[in-house]
Ligand binder design. Structure first.
Ligand code: DQA
Length: 147
């Protein structure tokens, strides 16, 4: 298997490492991306990564992935709970789509219990801290292998 994977990170995830470490851990986004890239490249994939605090940037990255990427792995941060526009963008992408969270939104405040993205992704991996990213890559690899 080969191809490019878009790894997206939404608002406030640039602060990982210092933001609520008791919830999100001490690993920085750079470290999560580096680990994901290493796993992906060992399996023959390349990774395009973007973090943005702006919804429109994430939507445009999804558009650019259409026809060029085989999968999107995204931690949309709080946009997960609010963004119908990001959901609509994801719905236009034909490849594999995995929603990732470091924490378990279902076990937190009620406003985090809704995911606008859930209906358009293959599945969601949440609550495993840094391991969530490893598991997301594994999900992409296996789904593509099986297809
Ligand atoms: C998060 C969970 C979201 O509810 C929150 O807004 C984030 C991070 C996670 O990785 O656990 O920013 O997506």
């Amino acid at each position: 298997m080969s191809g490019e994977i878009l790894l997206l990170a939404g608002p406030n995830l640039n602060l990982l490492g210092e933001r609520s470490p008791e919830i999100y851990g001490t690993t920085t986004l750079l470290e999560h991306v580096g680990r994901f890239r290493a796993l992906a490249s060992a399996a023959g994939f390349s990774v395009r990564d973007l973090q943005s605090n702006f919804e429109g940037d994430l939507i445009e990255a999804v558009h650019a992935a259409r026809g060029t990427c085989v999968a999107i792995v995204l931690n949309a941060g709080a946009l997960t709970h609010t963004s119908w526009a990001l959901r609509d963008a994801l719905a236009t992408f034909d490849g594999v789509k995995i929603e990732v969270h470091l924490s378990s939104p279902a076990a937190r405040e009620p406003f985090r219990h809704v995911s606008t993205l859930a209906g358009v992704v293959n599945g969601s991996i949440a609550g495993f801290g840094a391991l969530s990213y490893d598991l997301a890559f594994e999900a992409v690899r296996r789904i593509l292998d099986a297809s």
